[in-house]
Design a protein around this ligand. Structure first.
Ligand code: IPM
Ligand code: MG
Length: 362
């Protein structure tokens, strides 16, 4: 049997990005040690820092090169001295849009009750996944300014929703709900998908309703549910155990997953996959570049490490992915990490070593 060799693009990016990515790669090296798969890394410099030095954003030729990779691992993008969003649009949204990474998969899983700000909640209460549509909605970049800088200025942005976009995101969510229920096994909780929108105030969200309902017909065993996004925020705090899989728009998915990250223990722990099934996909922690913690070896690398786990799962290395997930889960359940943030008292590199040691134990 030949061993697969994956080509993985690495964009450490700005701020704490390179530091947390380094720990993710440390864990990747540890799981690959078993010899089940090989990989080679291709480094890319694009970041706010790089832009300040060179004025260079991501060139089209590099986007084409990315298409030939198996996956991309990203740390964080964003620099305080660069116009807000300029580099983020080039790198993060550039990857999402040009590679048509139409799913942003964001698991919200509590590993240990001491990490959760809600009282009396444990791992059984918080274990759901947000499927965020990743190429449309308010992120369409269609819009602009008229009479800029005058008292008559008009700023317009178009929320774009397509049948195709709503349909494929919904289908992904139903498939995922089916898989999660199969993994839970007989006699456990039944699969459920909740559509989160704002179709009462934003009538075009009705397209989401119709696409979702049509897809649901193909999954009779999956229960369906609906929540307006404001109510969803309320339920996430009041009854997070209600959710199994949520599917939602780009902007709402962005917002509710920061809330979800706090349920898990903080921005430092949450991971995501920007996915086009069967094509090059990108994996990243959901946090930003946190400039105030940059270069101090204090950022929590668990989100970046779990992003590596999600990448392995996507590549079909399910066993390696499960080893990463259990290493993080066991470490957190042991209580050795007081908090999943920059104030844990454990350095970024030590935390990476602790996860790697857990991998060595299994
Ligand atoms: C995220 C981030 C990005 C987004 C920013 C950096 C453009 O907040 O991945 O959640 O809004 O999608
Ligand atoms: Mg966000």
């Amino acid at each position: 049997m030949t061993t697969a060799t994956y080509r993985i693009g690495v964009l450490g990016g700005d701020g704490i990005g390179p530091e947390v990515t380094r720990e993710g790669l440390k864990v990747l090296e540890a799981v690959a040690g078993g010899g089940d798969f090989k990989y080679e890394l291709v480094d890319y410099p694009y970041s706010g820092e790089h832009y300040l030095k060179t004025k260079e954003l991501v060139p089209d030729s590099v986007i084409d090169e990315w298409r030939s990779l198996d996956a991309v691992l990203l740390g964080a993008i964003g620099h305080p001295d660069v116009e807000p969003g300029l580099v983020e649009r080039s790198v993060i949204l550039g990857l999402r849009f040009s590679l048509d990474l139409y799913i942003n998969l964001r698991p919200i899983k509590l590993y240990s009750s001491h990490l959760c700000p809600l009282k009396d909640k444990g791992p059984n209460d918080i274990d759901f996944v947000v499927v965020r549509e990743n190429t449309e909605g308010m992120y369409s970049q269609i819009g602009g300014h008229l009479k800029k800088g005058t008292p008559d200025e008009i700023a317009l942005v178009n929320g774009v929703y397509t049948w195709k976009g709503c349909e494929r995101a919904s289908r992904y969510a139903f498939e995922l709900a089916r898989q999660r229920a199969a993994a839970r096994g007989e006699g456990q909780r039944k699969p459920q998908v909740t559509l989160v929108d704002k179709a009462n105030a934003i009538r075009p969200h009705d397209l989401w309703r119709r696409a979702f309902a049509q897809v649901a017909e193909d999954y009779p065993e999956v229960a369906t549910d609906h929540a307006y996004v404001d109510a969803c925020c309320m339920w996430m705090i009041k009854n997070p155990d209600w959710f199994d899989v949520i599917v939602t728009t780009n902007l709402f998915g962005d917002i509710i997953t920061d809330l979800g990250a706090m349920l898990q223990g903080g921005m430092g722990i949450a991971a995501s996959g920007n996915i086009h099934p069967g094509q090059t996909s990108m994996f990243e922690p959901i946090h930003g570049s946190a400039p105030k913690y940059a270069g101090q070896n204090v950022a929590c690398p668990l989100g970046a490490i779990s992003a590596v786990g999600m990448m392995l799962d996507f590549l079909g290395e399910e066993e390696a992915a499960a080893r990463v997930d259990s290493a993080v889960a066991n470490l957190l359940a042991s209580g050795a990490i007081p908090s999943a943030d920059a104030r844990s008292g454990i350095s970024t590199s030590d935390m990476g070593d602790m996860v790697t040691a857990k991998i060595g134990e299994d």
